[in-house]
Ligand binder design. Sequence first.
Ligand code: NAD
Ligand code: DAU
Length: 339
Amino acid sequence: MKIIVTGGAGFIGSNFVYHMLEKHPDYKIICLDNLTYAGNLHTLEEAMKNPNFKFVKGDISERDCVFKLFEDEKPDVVVNFAAESHVDRSIEDPGIFLNTNIIGTQVMMDACRKYGIKRYHQVSTDEVYGDLPLDRLDLMFTEDTPIHTSSPYSASKAGADLLVMAYYRTFGLPVTISRCSNNYGPYHFPEKLIPLIITRALDNQNLPVYGTGANVRDWLYVGDHCSAIDLVIHKGRVGETYNIGGHNERTNLEVVKAVLHELGKPESLITYVTDRPGHDRRYAIDPAKIEKELGWQPTYNFEQGIKVTVKWYLENKGWWEKIISGEYQNYYDKMYTNR
Ligand code: NAD
Ligand code: DAU
């Protein structure tokens, strides 16, 4: 089996590369990634030593590059992780989100149509369902929840999902979609809440919490997301969407406090800053379909996952210190100074 993993130099894609190389040592994994600010070749250093892994630098929205890769490699399966993924950046500059997340998806599927494929898997997000009220804990997102987006990021992911289903119905492309809740774990870029809090708290810097910190996210350890996608590409039904989540809802304030507790740092580092425009209130995934149909179960609850994650950041300072000492500092100043 030969699998193209797009976005494999990013957070979840790289964890998926390592998952697949370990679980399926006979598979060939090709990572297609154009190394944006979020892509990092250091993350793939160990994978590069494996003869069954190959890295190709290229943009999923560039037709010539993608078609040449398919011509050369004739993959069996494509798993499309490549995306602009940060909501705050999509509020600053939506254009690149539409190009990568929608046009990139179209180009990848056009190549799949031309060269034939056993499965095209689209890695989507629970954000396409919009948000839930904070006072209705009985409500969760199912696969039948209508799409109702809030940010340019989620709108671009929803646009891609609609296109994927259109290619299934119109052209019979064998597709699946997964929609996962918030991930955390190793190789998470420190613009996102959990790694931002860990890396700043270690340096005793203030920790920016948007609004009152009451917004709720449903956290899943990244390895559990990878095992779910592995199941979907092997056993999921073509044309179906699978929600992925582990019932780990926490307010942002609870998350920040849990990290501080794990690090032994004081809560006085918490600083409330101006809220994110259009900030989604609550996400909560109902994973009943993937649990019943494919037998998927997460292996980490939030407390276990946070312990493992904090440990990883403590043991891999070299990985994130390189990031925050570079261009990232300008990003942080632009987004947070005087907020
Ligand atoms: P990330 O930002 O860490 O990584 C994205 C990767 O895609 C990077 O390596 C980047 O270089 C690459 N990339 C970006 N544009 C590209 C292009 N035009 N061509 C080729 N490569 C390109 O993102 P992530 O957090 O790992 O998310 C991966 C996927 O999972 C995304 O599709 C995202 O929407 C989805 N998702 C993320 C989460 C989460 O909590 N992070 C949850 C659910 C779904
Ligand atoms: O739900 C899945 C989504 O989760 C993915 O589709 C996105 O790619 C991923 O980035 C993530 O989106 P969020 O916006 O939920 O993640 P983020 O880490 O940016 O923020 C998590 C929560 O923390 C959110 O309510 C905003 C808040 N926050 C975030 C940052 C960066 C803060 O309070 N302070 C911060 O500095």
